[in-house]
Design a protein around this ligand. Sequence first.
Ligand code: NAP
Ligand code: MG
Length: 400
Amino acid sequence: MITMKTPLVEMDGDEMTRILWQMIKDELILPYIDLKTEYYDLGLVNRNETDDQVTVDSAEATKRLGVAVKCATITPNAARVEEYKLKQMWKSPNGTIRALLDGTVFRAPIVVKGIDPCVRNWKKPITLARHAYGDVYKNVEIRAPKAGKAELVYTSEDGEEIRETIHEFIGPGVLQGMHNTDASITSFAHACFKYAIDSMQDLWFSTKDTISKKYDHRFKDIFQEIYDNEYKEQFEKIGITYFYTLIDDAVARVMKSKGGFIWACKNYDGDVMSDMISSAFGSLAMMTSVLVSPDGVYEYEAAHGTVQRHYYKHLAGEETSTNSVATIFAWTGALRKRGELDDIPELVTYANDMERAVIWTIESGKMTKDLALITSNENVVVLNSQDFIKEVRKTYDSIA
Ligand code: NAP
Ligand code: MG
């Protein structure tokens, strides 16, 4: 039994992933680790009961304890308000947590032999670093009902005004106001440079600064300045590079690349490109995701949602074959980080071995249905949700 020092922040979630969460704990964690967690139930029922205070509390706990592991959660829409009889349409927990931790989300595919990327030349994983603050995710929009003038006005705290005409509408239209802050862009840049050094990978960054000459250009300048002043020397010493290019050029180059680098994107680009990268590498269920805050706080999760369709099958008593890999890796990622921070080498070894056990299980042909459909492996045994986790445990016991 491995003992822990500092507890993990455990954020439980919804639907099928909540079911997997318990299975993973029972089969793959509790038999080996004297697990210490501070538990927050982010399931929609409890978020509604606590007026979403539990989400804020879990983020505060993450700041205090340093490492969290999060289960996928429902982001309510109108249908969910009805289904769960919600007091209101609570905000996305991920949005709330990201806003409080102000971080960067790093997503990397879990590469397994037999699940080959659609892009033939990708030999190594591509890690996507997504800025998790601002732009279109914190925008203000107006639907202009008829002809009129739209202006952008900034009033400084001492009353100085900057005013630009956005458009003279001659008929109805739409407009949008976005912002970002130097502070958030700066912490995004630091998170990316640090992650590149930690993982010894090149860093690419792309925006559309030729069109957005002030907004996107600010991102480019902040990155360059921080790189030159604080990271250039270290990058050169360990033989990695920082490379800036336009987003469209980056897309073209990524497709032709061999992989093995970090691609930093603004919030929206990162949202879109991470789904492109993950599906090209196989599946959203084979993607790790970690939010790194500027003060070095980590929140690990799976990149996919709560797999609602499978949950309803499960509720109806039907067998499911839901892929638990990304959720297992969220746990191992968090436990490994805890091991590193608290200097518990057995915990780091446990996490490495458990990840190897997952990969070997799949490579030996035992996998869930989603992977069976895309694998080039010829002797495949399709397992249900529970049996896959049990197989991983057997593999782990044989190697650890
Ligand atoms: P989803 O849960 O990611 O599932 C979409 C589809 O992808 C599933 O129906 C399934 O396809 C496949 N899939 C995803 N994960 C899988 C897994 N682990 N194993 C096997 N197949 C998997 O997305 P969604 O259905 O759009 O969203 C469901 C709920 O999740 C929503 O309420 C949304 O708000 C929430 N969500 C949460 C997060 C988060 O907490 N990070 C992220 C995204 C969405 P098949 O049905 O074809 O088998
Ligand atoms: Mg998305």
